[in-house]
Design a protein around this ligand. Sequence first.
Ligand SMILES: Cc1cc2nc3c(=O)[nH]c(=O)nc-3n(C[C@H](O)[C@H](O)[C@H](O)COP(=O)(O)O)c2cc1C
Length: 207
Amino acid sequence: MKVLLFNGSMNPNGNTNLALREIEKELNAEGIETEVLCIGGKPVRDCIACGGCVGKGKCIFEDDVANEWIAKAREADGFVFGSPVYFAHASGRILSIMDRMFYAAGDAFKQKVGACISVARRAGTTQAVEDMNKHLSISGMIVPCSTYWNMAFGRNPGECTADAEGMQTMRNLAKNMAWVMKCIELGKKSKLNPPTLDLSQKTHFIR
Ligand SMILES: Cc1cc2nc3c(=O)[nH]c(=O)nc-3n(C[C@H](O)[C@H](O)[C@H](O)COP(=O)(O)O)c2cc1C
């Protein structure tokens, strides 16, 4: 089993990375393979609602990480999306990539396990987690929780490791995530497969 940890910070060595690394360590201890992917500082496209992805499973834009991450997501069993808090929300770049990945390739995530975490100097963490959770909760994903909301505090790179409860929250999230993933895997071996979900109704309040 493999978990991808997406870092939505431009800084590959910042606090988001350290929080994700704490999760990674625990997942590895549980025998789960991991890969950390950082969005970096290069330009990232937003969704332009062109519909060019429909039926293709990938975005029309090839000049950032969206399609590369979609391809990796198809092979993975679990995901952690991490972001620094900017103005009390998740980073614009992670939301842009998530919009495009989930719109073009929601099937790569459907009924897999996923969680979101955020780091901040002081405030906006729960909102940032919620911003990203929206993608998971419309995609039929299984979202394990921790023993506090998935946040850690730190301003300058490295500081969040001094947030003892924040790091504990990350480790406990990883433990629950590993447990749920193992339960799903065992279930599949006993022919307890994910349910077929009904997508026949799609209304928009007008008709
Ligand atoms: C543009 C910008 C906006 C920020 N807004 C907030 C904020 O609303 N609340 C907060 O607590 N920290 C805020 N911060 C601080 C970062 O969330 C914090 O430094 C975080 O640890 C950075 O994570 P990183 O090292 O992974 O990039 C902001 C930082 C930047 C650059």
